[in-house]
Design a protein around this ligand. Structure first.
Ligand SMILES: Cc1cc2nc3c(=O)[nH]c(=O)nc-3n(C[C@H](O)[C@H](O)[C@H](O)COP(=O)(O)OP(=O)(O)OC[C@H]3O[C@@H](n4cnc5c(N)ncnc54)[C@H](O)[C@@H]3O)c2cc1C
Length: 297
């Protein structure tokens, strides 16, 4: 289907984008890579009358280290992040970025768009939960920081104010005794995951001193569970503990039955992915090099 007619606005600076979005109000949307928004428009899920194209705003796609902080511009594409030194240094970033859709989508879609869409099937938000990322957002009222865990209010709905944009993502470079993993299960590459899991572990003398776990495509928003993290924190990562933590977080999930699978099937997949992601993260913490883990059925 063709989208409803719209006006296209190209802006060259962040201030222009914010002013234009504020002036056009609810009939306008920010356009980044268009890999979600244009699909919604073709399906007539969304019918904006104005698109404000952010893609030519300079300085919003840098990926760099500032001290021990990783800074990623909102316009950095999935492909740019995956090929960056940050992905080379943090295997879970590579796991996550390289599994998004196919090469064409990865070369257009942006991390800011994945966050702004508030789609629970998008991969970056799930990973960023486990890295305790903070988003820098700028709007007519100025600039503020929003923890990634507070961005999404409901499916496809963020807490961003009108004309407020995500401009960057920051998180601390994991220390040497910390590692993560991102595991997904999909029907084929250019499809959203049926289920996905991100884990970040810190080990001290075989004891898990810190842990974050998050599930994607497992409910209307990213799913986390303090109970599951508390089971692992302060413990040895035995098979029994890992299984108990997997059960706890899967109990908190509310996977929606759809063409990708029934609810019980998705719960079984999530349970198995949590155990696998914890195992990979643990072995990476111990210095093993383990390639990306993804399954297609
Ligand atoms: C066939 C297909 C398969 C896909 N598979 C996957 C997959 O496996 N995993 C995955 O994660 N994604 C997948 N995607 C989605 C893809 O990764 C998108 O690129 C991404 O979700 C949105 O990024 P975008 O830059 O294209 O955003 P756009 O489509 O341009 O925008 C999406 C939404 O975010 C808003 N927005 C954009 N930028 C900002 C900003 N800086 N601040 C605030 N709001 C903003 C827009 O107004 C819009 O509402 C798939 C898409 C397709 C079409």
């Amino acid at each position: 289907m063709y989208p409803a007619p719209f006006h296209y606005h190209r802006v060259d600076s962040l201030q222009d984008a914010i002013s234009r979005l504020a002036e056009l109000g609810d009939s306008a949307r920010a356009l980044a890579g268009g890999q979600t928004l244009l699909v919604w428009m073709k399906l007539r899920f969304d019918e904006p009358r104005h698109l404000v194209d952010l893609s030519r705003i300079p300085g919003l796609s840098d990926i760099r280290l500032e001290g021990d902080e990783v800074c990623i511009g909102a316009l950095a594409t999935h492909a740019e992040i995956t090929k960056s030194a940050v992905a080379a240094a943090i295997p879970s970033v590579y796991d996550c970025g390289s599994g998004i859709a196919d090469g064409q989508i990865r070369s257009r879609g942006t991390i800011g768009g994945a966050l702004g869409s508030a789609d629970p099937s998008c991969d970056w938000p799930v990973l960023l939960h486990t890295l305790d990322a903070v988003l820098t957002c700028t709007g007519p009222e100025g600039t503020r920081s929003i923890p990634v865990s507070e961005l999404v209010e409901d499916i496809y709905t963020t807490i961003l104010q009108p004309a407020e944009l995500i401009t960057g993502i920051r998180f601390r470079m994991p220390p040497e005794n910390s590692a993560g993993a991102y595991c997904g299960f999909k029907r084929c590459a250019p499809a959203y995951p049926t289920a996905s899991v991100a884990v970040q572990l810190t080990l001290e003398d075989d004891i898990c001193s810190e842990v974050r776990i998050a599930l994607g495509s497992a409910g209307l928003t990213t799913v986390t569970s303090k109970e599951a993290e508390n089971i692992l924190r302060g413990s040895r990562l035995t098979e029994a503990n890992i299984d108990k933590a997997a059960q706890a977080i899967v109990a908190a999930a509310e996977p929606v039955p759809d063409q990708r699978g029934a609810e019980d099937f998705k719960r079984a997949v999530l349970h198995s992915l949590v155990k696998r992601a914890v195992d990979i993260a643990m072995r990476r913490c111990q210095g093993e090099t383990i390639g990306v883990h993804r399954e297609y059925v």
